[in-house]
Design a protein around this ligand. Sequence first.
Ligand code: CP
Ligand code: NVA
Length: 320
Amino acid sequence: MKRDFISLADLTREQFEHLFAFAARLKADRKDGWPHPFLAGKTLAMIFEKPSLRTRVTFEAGMVQLGGYAVYLSPQDIGMGSRESVADVARNLSRWVDLIMVRTFSHAVVLELARHATIPVINGLSDLLHPCQVLADCFTLLEQYGRLDGLKIAFVGDGNNVANSWINAASRLPFSFALACPPGYEPDADILARARQRGARVTITHSVEEAVRGADAVYTDVWVSMGQEQERARRREVFRPYQVNAAVMAMAKPRAFVMHCLPAHRGEEITDDVLDGPQSLVLEQAENRLHVQKAIMVWLLRQRRKSDMTPPEAAEPPRP
Ligand code: CP
Ligand code: NVA
C-alpha cells in the first residue's frame, strides 16, 4: 500500500523519531556536498495553487540533492479542478512521476488527490494543515534542546493551518502546547478534540500571558493567511493585542526561543527586534524544511525494504 504525508496525526511516535533521525543524518551530510542520491532517477511533481518561497525551493533543491528531479506546476499550468478534475490530474501524474507535493486551498483537494493517485502525496500546505512546516519546527526544537519531552510551546495568534498541525504533533510528541488567540479564531474543533482524546496536552486561551508564561518557545504566524486577503482590515484590528514583541517574550522563560514559519509581516504579528534578535530560530526553521522534507521524500519512496533506509554511504545510484 502506498503511503502519503498529509497530516501529522497520521504518524506514529516511532515514525516521528525515524524522520527526525534521518533528517539529522541528511543534514550532517551537507559538509560533504550531499553525497546521498537516495532518489536517483525519481521525479517529484509540485502543484502550487498558492505562492511559496520556502516550500518550493526546499522541495526542488531537496529532490536535486537526492539525485532526482522536480517539476513545478503553477495554477496557470494545470488549472486543477477547472481545466481538469483533481482525480484526472492525480491519475495522469501517477503514470509519469513518482511523488506529488501539493499546496492548495481546500484540504479536501489534498485528500482527493491522494485518493486517486497511485503514488505518494505530500501536503505542502492546505487551509487546514501545514505538516511539513511543523515537522521541521519540531526537529528544530529537538536540535536546540536535545529533547521535546517536557517543553512548553506557546503559539500566539491565529488558530490556523500551522496551529492545527502543532496540535496534531502534540497528540504524538511529549510537549505541551498553549495557544492564545482572539475569540472566534480558535483552531479546528475536530482536530483539537481528537488530539485531546489521544492525550495531547493542549490549552486554548484568549490570554497571551497564560499561553506564554513559562514557555520554552513562542511561535507566531501571520494574521492573514493566504486566501484570507479580503479579511485583512478586520483581522489587523482583532489580532492587534496578539503581537509577539519584547514585552511578550519577557513573559516566557528567560532563554525561550521565538519561532515563525515565515513569511513574516514585520510590525504586525511580530516586531523586528524579536524576529531578528538572538532568541530567534526562524532561519534554522527555514533551513530545516530542506532536511526534513528530504527525509519525508525518501521515507515515502523507499519504504519497502528496511535496507532502503540505511545511511547514505550505502546509497549507490542504480547501476546502468
Ligand atoms: N513557511 C512556508 O511554507 O513558506 P512558503 O509559503 O514561502 O513556502
Ligand atoms: N498560515 C500561513 C502559513 C504560510 C506558510 C498561510 O497559510 O498563509
